[in-house]
Design a binder for this molecule. Sequence first.
Ligand code: ZN
Length: 394
Amino acid sequence: MTATGFPAPSGIAVDSRFDGGNGDLVAIGTAGGRTVVDLAIRTDAGCSFRQWFDVRLSGIAGRPVTVRLLNAGSCTYPKGFDGYRPVVSTDRSRWTRVPGRYDGGVLSLDLDLDADQVELAYFAPYDLSAHADLVARAGSRPGVRRIRLGSTVDGRPLDALAMGTFDGSRPVCWIIGRQHPGETMASWWMEGALDRLTDAADPVAAGLRAAADLVVVPNMNPDGSFRGHLRANAAGANLNREWAAPTLARSPEVAVVRAAMLQTGVAFCLDVHGDEALPHNFIAGFEGIPDLRPGQLDLLARYRGRLDEVSPDFQTRIGYPAARPQTGDLSMCTNWVANTFGALAMTLEQPFKDCVEAPDADEGWSPAGCRRLARACLDVLAAMAPTLKTGYAR
Ligand code: ZN
């Protein structure tokens, strides 16, 4: 029996005051027989970044609805909306793309759904309860230690998972993600990576864990994730510009990770992100650092080249231009780690848009794609781990 006799909602409601939500209702009107819902994306606290959106619309059953993001054109990366398709879900499990229309100022989309409620977002959300589930699941598997590295600005725990001996006999590999909280593809990547790394039946993971010590920080920015930020933490800091001189007041998330890195040493660091504009997976390196070691860039070329060979989702033709020698920004994680430790450090970027190399008409670049790419990244790391530096590299 369906509750057909239940009183119908009087109109459409918009919610975004939930974990990871962002998008304020500006107005509801009608045009051409459709209900038009106008929204504005909120700015990250303490700074001017904005682009992440995640809203729930209620009372839409039987109503043709057009949603308009009125301030899309004044977001941080307006080019990110060219050729972009938002994601929607009615079950918060499967996220499918809907066509977007971007006119340089407003991003519009049509919803004609036989559902009471729908969630609409920039990319498949990954909220803090999903993060807590992931940390608990991975952290309770054999040989995995669950470490609380410190507290965020808002007082949340900064979680890390550690695997290995950390006795200086093996290379130490760090993997971090979500410095930019709106880049939820990093969390889906982390889910794929941690599920593989902690799978006792996976021979690649077993080989990697035999050859290297591993530290994974799945979410560097839980405050920004909860607040629905694009790039900043609760103090308005872009964490990937804080690595040269983090402070406990402004960027404790970076300060505690950096301090732990200085204790363990770093042979390898992968920092997982998303890019608003480029419809590709790619890796950015550390070509501009002042203390480039002999052979260091060869490791970068080997990792990129091998990933290109094993992953149909990855490519090396398109990405950010390499920094000129001696111009590297040491406030960024990859440059700071590469310069400090002589390590192989990389920034992995995944698209918000559909991925040209792995097109999917229904889902675009998707949680499943992120997990698949993570597994391929571990294939390459496992193959290279025996050749990475051991000991305390600093
Ligand atoms: Zn980023």
